[in-house]
Unconditional design. Structure first.
Length: 522
């Protein structure tokens, strides 16, 4: 069999040999980087500069993982060529390669000296926002590093602890994006050296395998996880040299950012009773976290426990015109998955409040996906898996929810993390909720003791020829009335009387004036 290039590949079994360089290599373990490897991922590039994504399944990892190294040139044959994945594509190629138990890998004889090492399809920093929530492909960005943080531990939405490091990237037009490296990538990035070199020199970097994210109430950012790699001040990368040439000789020092560790943040979270949480409002306490311990006493009535969520960004989707549309501005997603939004009423010995469990927290307690429950129950039902939470005692980390309509007596809280699960309780707290009516500056009893109000009408213009005891009646047009109060039956509180309408005599009218529409009595 002959030697092919990547551009010669077609879907199906391929026995021909292709000569490629392993440009990038990473392990995919899912959301938790401590889980077992699910597959080994690679980006391959051939002599012509074409690239393709390749995957090593977990059942043959032991055969190929020891002989595959980043940067090496290999000859590979007996592969399976498939259509590329629909999401998180590493390169712009409609096809992908899967290795199998029959695949053969060898070192080629006399590979080209100028064999390409990198493959990039750069996205300008100024255009990144349009990719928020887009799962179609990984993004590649280039910029000057202006700030770098330490690697600090944080607690994720699933309750796991992982590392995070922040990097600020700026382009030649001073557009800035924040990049967050997570897990092993945060540890592998040499922030200390970048900071040291960046005190005197420019630091230019290309980051590959990133995606744009945005959490509710936070600015958008680039996320770098398992697939992320970087090339910092690499002289053999044309794109880095081009950026470097456009920068001034004098470099602005790289700043050092400090990220608080999970332990530091936990120490700053206040513990409050539910009665104390009742005083929290979304204006003064937005984003602040609080700890509370309570027992679930009821599943909120007349509320659906799930909603159709856009698979691209997680926002609510609306069914219209025969298909779903994402309600978030700028998102064009039309595919959905049902996610949890479970409203629970919890109580301690002081008060009772509503707590909202969204997707990850609800999954943690219920143990099944919303899609799974929908195969048996309707959204208007209360599945027993959710009812089983009643009577359970928890310690929650919460934050106040910004309600669109502030009409509720008490604030509602989102459960961010479940710190402790106590289990089923035999006694449910019974808190008597007494709500006082809205206060007024004058009580009803005081009003009854006051003398009756005496209406005082507006004073009409005095006519010296008439006595002070006489009444004057003016007929006026609607257009002459300036309303200053309630006017259901043309009751007039104030009038604008034009001198062209009235003469010295109250009974004389100017010719051609409109017919009477109302009157003012003084």
């Amino acid at each position: 069999m002959g030697t092919n290039f990547i551009s010669d590949l077609r879907p199906g079994l391929c026995s021909n040999t292709i000569c490629v360089r392993v440009s990038r290599l990473w392990e995919y373990r899912g959301k938790n980087h401590e889980d077992q490897i699910k597959h080994l991922d690679r980006v391959l590039i051939d002599e012509k500069g074409d690239s393709i994504y390749a995957e090593v399944p977990d059942d043959i990892l032991s055969k190929f993982q020891p002989i595959l190294n980043e940067g090496q040139i290999i000859s590979i044959r007996r592969i399976t060529v498939d259509r590329a994945k629909a999401i998180y594509r590493a390169v712009d190629n409609p096809l992908m390669i899967r290795l199998n138990q029959y695949t053969e890998i060898a070192e080629p004889k006399d590979p080209a000296l100028d064999f390409p090492k990198y493959t990039f399809s750069l996205t300008p920093i100024s255009e990144l926002n349009q990719y928020i929530g887009n799962q179609g492909a990984f993004l590649v960005v280039i910029g000057k590093i202006t700030a770098v943080s330490n690697a600090a531990t944080l607690e994720t939405s699933t309750g796991t602890i992982k590392l995070r490091r922040i990097i600020h990237l700026v382009d030649h037009n001073e557009n800035m994006i924040e990049l967050s490296l997570f897990g092993p990538r945060a540890q592998e990035f040499d922030g200390d050296t970048v900071y040291k070199v960046g005190r005197k020199s420019h630091v230019i970097a290309i980051f590959v395998g990133t995606s744009m994210k945005q959490y509710k109430g936070s600015p958008p950012f680039l996320s770098g996880t398992a697939a992320c790699r970087w090339y910092v001040n690499e002289n053999d990368v044309t794109e880095i040299r081009d950026i470097y040439k456009r920068l001034p000789i004098q470099a602005e020092p790289v700043k050092k950012l400090h990220l608080k560790n999970h332990e530091e943040i936990q120490r700053q979270i206040e513990t409050k009773s539910l009665l104390e949480l009742r005083e929290i409002n979304p204006f003064d306490h937005a984003g602040l976290k609080f700890e509370c311990t309570a027992i679930i006493i009821q599943v909120a009535q007349n509320q659906y426990w799930c909603y159709p969520a856009c698979t691209a960004c997680g926002s609510r989707s609306i069914f219209d015109g025969g298909k779903y549309h994402c309600s978030k501005d700028g998102c064009t997603g039309t595919s959905i998955e049902h996610r949890y939004k479970v409203c629970l009423i919890a109580s301690d010995t002081t008060w009772q409040l509503q707590f909202m469990l969204f997707q990850d927290r609800a999954m943690q307690l219920i143990g099944k996906s919303a899609e799974k429950l929908l195969t048996t129950y309707r959204k208007s039902d209360t599945p027993p898996e959710i009812s089983a939470l009643v009577g359970q005692k928890f310690t929650f980390i919460v934050r106040v929810l910004p309600e669109k309509k502030l009409i509720a007596h008490d604030p509602m809280f989102e459960v961010l993390n479940i710190k402790k699960i106590f289990g089923k309780q035999f006694q449910i707290p019974n808190v008597k909720i007494e709500r006082k009516p809205a206060s007024s500056t004058t009580s009803t009893s005081e009003e009854h003791n006051l003398p009756p109000l005496v209406p005082i009408c507006p004073k009409a213009g005095e006519n010296k020829s008439t006595s002070s005891s006489s009444h004057q009646i003016y007929n006026i047009d609607d257009s002459q009335i300036e309303l200053t109060g309630y006017y259901p039956t043309k009751l007039i509180y104030h009038s604008l009387i034009s001198p062209n309408v009235l003469t010295n005599s109250s009974n004389d009218r100017v010719a051609g004036s409109p017919s009477p529409q109302g009157r003012v009595v003084s």
